[in-house]
Design a protein around this ligand. Structure first.
Ligand code: HEM
Length: 146
């Protein structure tokens, strides 16, 4: 009977502790970065609608929004780095890599913006495929599997 109590006590402590440790950070999908990413997804859907509708003015504004969201995302820390408990030099190194992929993505959208300004919608659409590749690259390297 005593040992049963002890086992239950241990279980409660373990569950309590694990809730405490995971609670130290926002959960996967609840981070500021996840919020930026969801905004990006919505903006991209709208952008592809603007391009299909040949609405250059709306498309241009949409790309400006996307670039602003990416600049905000650049200042965030991926959940994966927190999950792995990265600190100090290792954290700095991984953050620099993350920021550089975000920068490459921003460059693609700056090129999309220029193509739209020139009225070259087909070039804009081609560049958007490149942005899709940046998304894959970013998620492969920095997105936690959750
Ligand atoms: C360009 C188009 C992109 C789109 C549409 C996009 C979309 C998304 C979406 C929908 C999520 C899931 C958010 C949630 O859990 O609710 C996400 C997560 C994430 N994305 Fe992106 N993404 C893009 C590019 C990138 C790039 C370039 C990077 C990195 C350089 C990146 C890094 C991440 C990370 C790290 C997460 C996990 C969130 C976190 O760690 O807090 N994404 N993305």
């Amino acid at each position: 009977m005593f040992s049963m109590k002890k086992t239950i006590g241990c279980l409660v402590t373990t569950v309590g502790l694990s809730m405490f440790t995971t609670g130290a950070y926002a959960h996967c999908g609840e981070t500021a970065l996840a919020g930026n990413m969801n905004d990006l997804k919505t903006d991209l859907k709208s952008l592809s609608f603007d391009l299909r509708s040949d609405d250059a003015a709306a498309a241009g504004e949409r790309v400006d929004d996307i670039i602003a969201v990416l600049r905000e995302a650049r200042g965030q820390t991926p959940y994966l780095f927190k999950e792995k408990g990265l600190k100090g030099d290792e954290l700095e190194k991984r953050l620099t890599q993350f920021q550089s992929v975000i920068d490459e993505t921003i460059d693609v959208f700056v090129a999309v913006d220029a193509a739209i300004a020139e009225g070259n919608m087909s070039e804009a659409k081609t560049l958007l495929r490149e942005a899709g590749n940046m998304r894959k690259k970013g998620h492969r390297s920095f997105k936690a599997d959750c």
